[in-house]
Write a protein that binds this ligand. Sequence first.
Ligand SMILES: [Ca+2]
Ligand SMILES: [Ca+2]
Ligand SMILES: [Ca+2]
Ligand SMILES: [Ca+2]
Length: 477
Amino acid sequence: MRKWAIGVGAVTAAIAAVAAWWLTSPGRAEVHVVWKAELEGADTAAPLTADLNGDNVQDVIVAAGIEEKFGRVTAYNGPDGEPLWSVDLRDEALLALPATDVNKDGAAEIFIGTRKDERDFRAVDGRNGTTLWRLTEANPDRKFPPVNFICGVELNDVNADGLNDVLVVQSGGRDDLRVPGQFYVVNSANGEVLQSHVTPDQRECYAAPVFQVQQEEQFLYLGTGGETLKGHVVKLRFPEFEEVWRVSTDDVLARTDDAAVYPKPAGFVATPLLVDLDGDGDLEIVAALLDGPLVCLDAGTGEIRWTTSLGGRVVSYSSPASGHFTGDDTLDIAIGVSRGKFPSYEQDELAFLDGSDGSLTKTVAFGSHQFKASSPLVLDVDNDGVDEVALGVNNRVTPFEEGATLRLVICRTNGKLLLDESIRGFSMSTPTIIDLDGDAAPDLFCIAGGQVFRLRLDLHRDTFPRVRHGKYRVGRQ
Ligand SMILES: [Ca+2]
Ligand SMILES: [Ca+2]
Ligand SMILES: [Ca+2]
Ligand SMILES: [Ca+2]
């Protein structure tokens, strides 16, 4: 794989204008391409990492495809981007989850879920991509509805064979067939369905569940509902799937001024955030309705702590993130939204909220950049105890439009950009920031325009920064 010594893409005019400031400013950041690799189709999920070939360096797993045409999951060698293996599928891969090492060879297996034309869930050998089992073949007597295998999470060992098991969710993808989200607890060793359930409110489910182990107890937190369907945040006791509490779209709207803005309110389509915001030892849940308002709940009781309206019509397909944004000891919230209504968003915004009461402390607008698919990543670039946010924003709404550009930014809480680089192409996914090779410079993986990039994030410091959210959270805490 060819190595590139220069920065990615075209440097924007805005960058050139502030280049002089960068050179003298602490905390400035630059990116350099270490490698880039071809990817057929559009990305459908964030790049995930696991050491697949046993060299103690993380490798990168990418799910991609074109809806109703084909899908592919490819693993790339972390150091140089050489493909390690790929799996061809009949429809888009919506899920590629590195989880349990089933064959005990030291490499996690990759669990893959596909869109409705293939509609299957399978485990492939993390070392070579060979299929170990398929859900449909492993359960020949079970009827699976013709909808997408959309998200999943690694569980603890459910059937006491020593291997962690997986939960996969089947939901959505058809306007003519609305079925409740289906949940399968799957034996990771052979694909056998150990349990199946539907969403307690009979709604669709697009959000990867959050799995929580708390002393001897286990819980799942679900977001339900869709783009035009109301839903709930639901807490379930696992493995009983017994409901502990639920909070509805209407419960949230009743506490905000937004009810009049949304004649057809939506559901909770992005994965909720489970975090101890105030540091009192008890967890909170922060969840966003697709069309804007955020809610903070007591994770134990489901009681609403606060709600926040982001003002007017906004849409967010991505999860909130926590970080130290106000400078005190407790955690705050960042969330990205697109202002307007599909398919003509006006601009992309990053909102910072005080975690104690949800009050909006700063909104940063990204001009003509319209659609933000990426969830915020959180790191302390300049080591001052206040976190910065890294995210990718698109200037188009779909991957198929001409002139698409992905803008990678690192944003201070005051709105100043420490990084602002553009890459040609559209991206549906959240980048990943990890320390791949143990040097002080973070590695940033992102996907745009049919290419996977490994970028070196040069922060002009000699220690690795504190990274609070370095990748899309696959829902296990
Ligand atoms: Ca490796
Ligand atoms: Ca393995
Ligand atoms: Ca097991
Ligand atoms: Ca707390």
